[in-house]
Design a protein around this ligand. Structure first.
Ligand code: AMP
Ligand code: MG
Length: 481
């Protein structure tokens, strides 16, 4: 295990050249303190976080290591369908990169680190509220097996920032193989620097897709890999009811990892038209539109790559996306419903259940978890499943499950392993924020334990496994963070 100071730091992105960002030092926070250090993640990376003092100093902007070259990455992107040339890391910095003991490269990105040339009118800060949400959801996504950036440390401070109210600033140390986004390519393309695009692709091939780097048609294969990784991510979002909220092309990771958590939410009462971003007036990013939005974003990326790859190849690669996504989504849903074989009528049966959940206003995850945990006899005794339509569906579903020749208890076990007992519901994340703001940081560790394996029972508050009875009334999510 190595301490933060001892890591094998490198600067591969910095070495790409001046076009790719601006050198900026973090602006120190006032009176910083450690809210949480993610020892589980650190252990996987071979890092020891035992000494909190360097974490506070290094991740609050008070100190730097000699090998670091902090950089605000330059990118642009389509926001709500409109191209914005003025984006980039406006409140974050790529502090450095390091190679772990397995020879993997990781970015260390400090979110909330102060103003940069890309801050526009923003203050360069992130508040405790949004940082706690990102910290927890990174662990939640990881626990659900959905590709995501991760969070290594969370620092609070006495630096005041103005949002709807005065709040305190925080920083979050984000870890990901790379923070390169679709928007990096759009920036090079629209600013007349297309000649630099192949260098950026080569960089990604070298570090993240080495199996493609010697292939003759590597650029085409690179684009196809982005499409297939994005399709996989979207399939998982849809199957696990994850709503991102701000699917602009600058928030799309080139590796298909969930990136830039803002007004995200997990679907609670089943509703495909669900949205939690109250700034998305036109409903562009509502839950059921996410797959199509990602497709649109992939075509924007394809356009930016048109100097490297033939237009026909881009178009035909894009055509494969809906099918890839559908295939993966169906597999995940069949798994969640405990099906171990395939029948042509399965999709219809699952969809009938979703429609019933929607019309009976049932909680998506809680319903699936109860179908998983309860035995057949218990199903029919549930008070909210007494409607004749439900009973009919339950009987058909039971009949279908029995054709797979698993015993009822084997079926329960299989389903419990893929249907989470715990979910980072909006009101629960809010309770955690309230606790942190009251100085009770232990809540974060408790949640991390639960979220790292949400499929098994944990010794925590029993409400954590239940839906919100108030249906999130009074909790408003906006882009303000
Ligand atoms: P987002 O859609 O939240 O990921 O952010 C869009 C753009 O706004 C990015 O360039 C961010 O870096 C920038 N941004 C967001 N919040 C702030 C802030 N408080 N200060 C400066 N820039 C910000
Ligand atoms: Mg962003």
């Amino acid at each position: 295990m190595q301490s933060i100071e001892q890591l094998n730091y490198i600067s591969t992105y910095y070495e790409l050249g001046r076009a790719f960002g601006s050198q900026v030092n973090p602006t120190p926070l006032q009176s910083p303190y450690l809210i949480h250090a993610n020892h589980g993640l650190a252990k996987r990376l071979g890092i020891s976080l035992d000494n909190p003092q360097p974490l506070i100093e290094l991740f609050s902007g008070q100190q730097q290591l000699p090998k670091w070259h902090p950089l605000a990455m330059k990118y642009t992107g389509h926001q709500f369908g409109h191209y914005n040339p003025d984006l980039g890391d406006g409140r974050g910095l790529l502090l450095s990169e390091f190679i772990d003991r397995n020879n993997n490269k990781w970015d260390m990105h400090l979110k909330g680190s102060g103003k940069t040339p890309y801050s526009r009118s923003g203050d360069g800060r992130a508040v405790i509220r949004s940082s706690v949400r990102e910290y927890l959801v990174s662990a939640a996504m990881q626990g659900l097996g959905i590709e995501t950036t991760q969070a290594l440390a969370l620092i609070g401070s006495k630096t005041e920032v103005e949002r709807e109210d005065i709040e305190y600033a925080a920083t979050l140390l984000r870890i990901a193989p790379t923070h390169i986004r679709f928007g990096h390519f759009e920036y090079l393309f629209y600013s007349g620097q297309s000649h630099l695009i192949s260098g950026l692709v080569e960089h990604l091939l070298r570090w993240h897709l080495p199996h493609l780097s010697e292939r003759q048609n590597k650029y085409e294969l690179f684009y196809k890999a982005v499409i297939s990784n994005t399709a996989t991510m979207l399939a998982k979002w849809q199957a696990y009811g994850f709503y991102h909220g701000v699917m602009n092309t600058d928030n799309m990771s080139i590796l298909g990892q969930t990136l830039d958590y803002g007004p995200f939410a997990f679907m609670e009462t089943y509703d495909p038209g669900f949205s939690a971003n109250h700034s998305d007036y036109e409903g562009r990013y509502v839950f059921h539109r996410q797959p199509a939005v990602a497709h649109w974003n992939l075509s924007a990326l394809g356009y930016a790559l048109s100097s490297l790859i033939d237009k026909e190849i881009i178009e035909s690669a894009l055509q494969d996306y809906p099918q890839q996504l559908q295939l993966h989504y169906t597999q995940l849903m069949c798994q969640r419903f405990g099906l171990t074989t395939t029948q042509t009528s399965d999709s219809d049966m699952l969809n009938r259940c979703l429609t019933l959940m929607q019309s009976h206003k049932l909680d998506y995850h809680y319903t699936l978890r109860r179908l998983s945990e309860l035995d057949y006899a218990q199903w029919y005794a549930q008070s909210d499943w007494q409607h004749p339509n439900w009973i009919t569906w339950l009987k058909q579903y039971q009949h279908r499950l029995e054709q797979d020749h698993l015993s009822d208890s084997e079926r329960q076990q299989t389903m419990c392993a893929v249907n989470p007992r715990y979910l980072l519901r909006t009101h629960l994340a809010q309770q955690a924020i309230d606790e942190v703001e009251a100085g009770n940081f232990g809540i974060i560790e408790q949640w991390l334990q639960v979220l790292s394996d949400p499929f098994v029972e944990h010794p925590c508050h029993s409400d954590w496994a239940l839906p919100n009875h108030n249906n999130n009334q009074g909790i408003i999510l906006s882009c303000s963070s």
